[in-house]
Design a protein around this ligand. Structure first.
Ligand code: SF4
Ligand code: SF4
Length: 441
């Protein structure tokens, strides 16, 4: 596996170097150099903000194609609950699940049911008074990566319960193999994803050695073919298992509501999440029990690979969740599931101090002083014309050796003016020049 796998990718041919994306990146992972954007792999958290803001569709998420399921003899679909909100006039989740089966999947397991199990495991974790508060949800991979890069001190707050997707994948594979007597490696498990971050977490997981999911197909890709199948259904041989709470996980606050506690905070949109994480870091929110941060606006319904307007999808999911038929997870069921699968994150989440200036503290301080000095000499307009997201970042890029002061258009103009003046003065000194003529007169 590559050290850095990213689903979010630049299509260089489409990039016009407009600099729209550089300011919206929450980890300052994009620069524009020589007229094209460049993603700094160590910093990118695959949140998909740049996909949303690029007017030329130069930022894309690489996911698996629908045809990739054909590599496997048996196929399982794991629909994210967000998928349910994409279709008009659907009043029973079963129609969507049955459509997936018609599309070529042998079994469909709702990730919303995985969410029901996560809720039950997190409830247990909350009973432990020795855990750091607030516990932070591990469900959004972009937020877990954000914490690794920008808030490493909060890593121990991340709850060590795996995501609904991973839990659903393990249960789906186990149940299918047991029922049909097939080998696990003959079965391909595919997540139907609203975002790039999930694709990245499958290829390059954090907190576990490898993912139980074999691939991810975007909601955008599957929407059309699935819609056609849903219109041609004759009978529906599927069971809808998730509870109303599990289905509600697609919306921001859904995970918190399912826990049935008072002291929680649910925040969506990556910039909003950053503001709250800063407060948690500053120990201003110590009375909170649980924090659910979702990178996308409105939660997963606002994922960059969805089709429907997030507000519309949210409303549909609310209505569909009221009709969901599954029950909450009982204690006995939870114990059985805990025996069957790896539900805990089995590796420590490592910090990624990519913002650090130097390992040596003295050297880091020296560089910090240089940054301050350069920053003070820059205009402070944060216009982005230099290709760095702010004047301060340009100063940092200069100190790191990735940029020069003349990347700043204002500095360049000053320099050109100064050179022009010097040229004029020199030209006046050469034989036949103005000054020379004046002297001779
Ligand atoms: S938003 Fe970023 S990726 Fe898109 S064209 Fe502008 S610079 Fe290029
Ligand atoms: S909020 Fe949901 S859709 Fe958006 S990055 Fe996080 S997990 Fe993906």
């Amino acid at each position: 596996m590559k050290e850095y796998y990213h689903s979010v990718t630049l299509r260089k041919d489409k990039c016009r170097g407009c600099t729209n994306c550089i300011k919206r990146c929450p980890t300052e992972a994009i620069r524009v150099r020589d007229g094209k954007a460049r993603i700094i792999a160590e910093r990118c958290i695959d949140c998909g903000e740049c996909i949303r803001v690029c007017p030329y569709h130069a930022k894309v998420a690489v996911t698996d194609s629908l045809s990739s399921i054909e590599k496997f003899r048996y196929r399982i679909a794991l629909p994210a609950p967000t998928l349910y909100g994409q279709f008009k006039n659907v009043d029973d989740i079963k129609v969507i699940l049955a459509g997936l089966k018609k599309l070529g999947f042998d079994y469909v397991y709702e990730v919303a049911r995985g969410a029901d199990y996560v809720t039950a495991f997190v409830r247990e974790a909350l009973k432990d008074p020795n855990r750091k508060r607030p516990l932070i949800s591990s469900a959004c991979p972009a937020i877990v990566r954000l914490i690794q890069v920008r808030f490493p001190e909060l890593i121990d707050n991340i709850v060590d319960v795996d995501s609904p997707m991973e839990i659903a994948a393990q249960l789906a594979r186990t149940e299918f193999c047991e029922k049909h007597g097939v080998k696990p490696q003959e079965v391909g498990v595919f997540f139907i994803t609203p975002c790039a971050a999930k694709m990245t977490s499958i290829r390059n997981p954090v907190g576990r050695k490898e993912s139980s999911v074999d691939g991810a197909i975007s909601i955008q890709e599957i929407y059309g073919p699935l819609y056609n199948q849903m219109n041609n259904l004759k009978e529906e041989d599927v069971v809808q298992m998730a509870s109303p709470f599990g289905v509600g996980w697609a919306n921001s606050g859904g995970a918190c509501l399912s826990l049935g506690i008072d002291s929680y905070l649910a925040v969506d949109g990556i910039q909003n999440v950053i503001r709250v994480l800063e407060e948690i870091e500053d120990e201003k929110l110590t009375d909170l029990e649980y924090f659910e941060g979702l990178a996308c606006p409105g939660g997963c319904v606002g994922g960059p690979l969805t089709v429907e307007n997030g507000f519309v999808a949210k409303n549909r999911i609310r209505k569909l969740s009221e009709k969901a038929k599954g029950n909450p997870v009982s204690e006995k069921e939870l114990q059985e599931v805990a025996q069957k699968i790896q539900w805990r994150l089995d590796e420590k989440i490592p910090p990624k101090p990519v913002m650090k200036l130097d390992d040596d503290i003295v050297e880091a301080m020296r560089k910090m002083e240089m940054i301050e000095e350069i920053y003070n000499s820059l205009p402070g307009l944060d216009c982005g014309s230099c290709g760095s997201p702010s004047c301060r970042t340009l100063a940092e890029d200069i100190v790191r050796g990735f940029a020069s002061e003349l990347d700043c258009v204002f500095k360049l103009r000053e320099k050109v003016k100064q050179l022009a003046q010097e040229m004029i003065e020199l030209s006046e000194k050469i034989p036949g020049g103005k000054k020379e003529n004046e002297r001779q007169e």
